[in-house]
Design a binder for this molecule. Structure first.
Ligand SMILES: [Zn+2]
Length: 154
């Protein structure tokens, strides 16, 4: 479970506790003040306020919070995949920035996509040239360097 979903479920939990407290107060109020129409009306207003707020929160969650959390998760997963690719590239690899001719029929005209980064290196055992896709960016991060060194010594 990611940090965001944890935060969200904690928020959901506290909202549910508060909701239960409100419902209990409404229930008790209806019993205690059953002969006082003025108080009963106030209780009814509180109940309506609660419904309005809950609906507003549900809309907020569906339209903004959930899509934002999904987006954050996609960014995190994409970055994790990138780190994994970079960490499997030998240090002596040559990094090339390439542009690829567009093959999509939906794309109009003669143009190129990119830049995309690729790593090229000679495999020490087979002596053959190896090519690996890195991504749309390239930073040889300290973390990636360490991970590569660790993999190599295994
Ligand atoms: Zn295109």
């Amino acid at each position: 479970m990611s940090e965001h979903t944890e935060d969200q479920s904690r928020l959901q939990e506290s909202l549910e506790i508060q909701r239960a407290k409100m419902l209990e107060s409404i229930r008790l109020g209806r019993i205690l003040f059953k002969d006082d129409p003025k108080v009963l009306r106030k209780i009814q207003y509180r109940e309506l306020d609660m419904i309005i707020l809950e609906n507003a929160y549900a809309r907020l969650r569906n339209r903004f919070i959930n899509p934002m959390l999904a987006w954050a998760e996609r960014v995190r997963a994409k970055n994790e995949a990138y780190i994994k690719r970079v960490s499997s590239i030998p240090r002596n690899a040559t990094i090339r920035k390439e542009y690829i001719r567009c093959k999509k029929t939906s794309c109009s005209g003669d143009h190129k996509h990119g830049p995309y980064y690729y790593a090229y290196w000679k495999d020490p055992t087979t002596k053959r040239l190896k090519k690996k896709y890195i991504g749309t960016r390239y930073e040889r991060t300290e973390k990636a360097k360490c991970e590569y060194e660790n993999n190599k010594s295994k």
